[in-house]
Write a protein that binds this ligand. Structure first.
Ligand SMILES: Cc1ncc(COP(=O)(O)O)c(C=O)c1O
Length: 393
């Protein structure tokens, strides 16, 4: 999208309170903008798919696996049906099963915990760090028992978790490390890509992710050739050769059609992540003086701002004000996993994870997608400043 596509008549709108409603509303995410820019290349890829009619695994999936592994700087990538399946299959392929425990952060999308359940193991939640919002390594260490087999750090919102102490803990206690990199395509920690640091890294290609398909999709990356080989068998009915089933596998293959789309999009990902970082820098510049906590970027890490999450005391008031002016926001996530009905059997009450619980009442995801313009960010920030200039009584 060209700079200024939202700009026409930007300041002509209807008045709400002291501020004017934006003439063109700003969504939280705008997938159509991305697809308009790639339309020809996407149509070409889809036509190629129709011509070959090779819809299950095959060349497109293999090519995308090679290209994504290279992007992550690691030896192997295995395409699967979703991010949830990437996590579940990684746990299963590592032999994690009923009776085992797996440590993960309380502040994450529910899929991280559901994957542990799906593998038959017990999810052990721990609280997160107050500034980075990712798993607190000291609390993870305190949660290790004789039954602990693995730890899943989540690179939440596009920022790497504190991997150094987690890798040390894993080495000391002989735990496997599975990175949940569903929100962190292209994020880095020092020289390494998120996903390529632990024993396996799991990605989601849900449409709104930094690299998103036109439907569901997922990927596991690993440097372990044996693990990659079992994952390839497991995702395809446990077949080692046609109608030869070496294990009880599942049907969770990355769609060839989605692989063709993702190959087109992968070429743009570095540029899109740069754009997200530029937009984040503008948010910081414009919001720094306001009573809002802005996302912290860790030393030596490259945050790819899948989401731009701020913290504010009266989150709901600000969110309502922005909605009235035409700025859509989100909350990731309003109810922590341990307070969800689905996990009531964990028997964890309010107060179990104070940082996560406080975050759930204060976090607000502001619009963030690569096609946003700097002037869009300025308008969003003006709307936010207006709220603090005259907050509701
Ligand atoms: C942190 C995290 N883990 C796992 C997933 C699951 O991915 P999917 O929706 O592709 O199953 C998602 C995204 O939806 C996510 O944000």
């Amino acid at each position: 999208m060209s700079e200024g596509a939202h700009d026409s008549n930007a300041h002509v709108g209807t008045a709400t309170g002291r501020q004017r409603r934006l003439a063109s509303p700003i969504p939280l995410v705008d997938l159509a903008a991305q697809h308009r820019a790639l339309e020809n290349a996407l149509r070409e890829a889809l036509t190629r798919m129709l011509d070959t009619s090779a819809f299950i695994l095959g060349e497109e999936v293999e090519a995308f696996e090679r290209e994504f592994a290279e992007f992550c700087g690691i030896g192997h990538a295995v395409g699967v049906g979703s991010g949830l399946e990437a996590l579940t299959l990684s746990l299963k392929a590592m032999g994690i099963k009923r009776g085992d425990e797996v440590i993960l952060p309380a502040n994450t999308f529910i899929a991280t915990a559901l994957a542990v359940e799906a593998a038959g193991a017990k999810p052990v939640l721990v609280d997160v760090e107050p500034e980075r919002y990712t798993i607190d390594p000291a609390l993870a260490e305190a949660a290790v028992t004789r039954k602990t087999r693995a730890i899943i750090p989540v690179h939440l919102y596009g920022q790497a978790a504190d991997m150094g102490p987690i890798l040390d803990l894993a080495a000391k206690k002989k735990l496997r490390v599975i990175e949940d990199a569903a929100q962190a395509h292209g994020a880095r920690l020092g020289e390494q890509a998120c996903g390529a640091i632990g024993d396996a890294g799991c990605f989601s290609f849900y449409p709104s992710k930094n690299l998103g398909a036109l439907g569901d999709g997922g990927m596991i990356v690993t440097g372990d050739a044996d693990l990659a080989a079992s994952l390839r068998v497991m995702r395809n009915y446990g077949q080692s050769a046609k109608y030869r089933h070496q294990m009880k596998g599942v049907n969770s293959r990355l769609d060839a059609f989605q692989a063709a789309v993702l190959r087109v999009k992968l070429r743009h990902l570095p540029k899109w992540n740069d754009s997200r970082r530029r937009l984040a820098a503008r948010y910081r510049q414009e919001l720094e003086a306001l009573p809002i906590a802005l996302p912290a970027e860790s030393e030596g890490a490259v945050h790819v701002f899948h989401l731009y999450v701020v913290r504010v005391e009266d989150r709901d008031g600000l969110m309502r004000h922005l909605a009235e002016l035409g700025v859509s926001c989100g909350i990731h996530y309003p109810v922590p996993i341990h307070l969800q009905e689905a996990f009531s059997e964990l028997d964890l009450k309010e107060g179990a994870f104070p940082v996560t619980e406080r975050l759930s009442g204060q976090i607000l995801s502001l619009p963030m997608y690569p096609e946003l313009t700097l002037s869009d960010i300025d308008r969003i920030c003006e709307a936010i400043a207006g709220y603090f200039a005259s907050p509701p009584a």
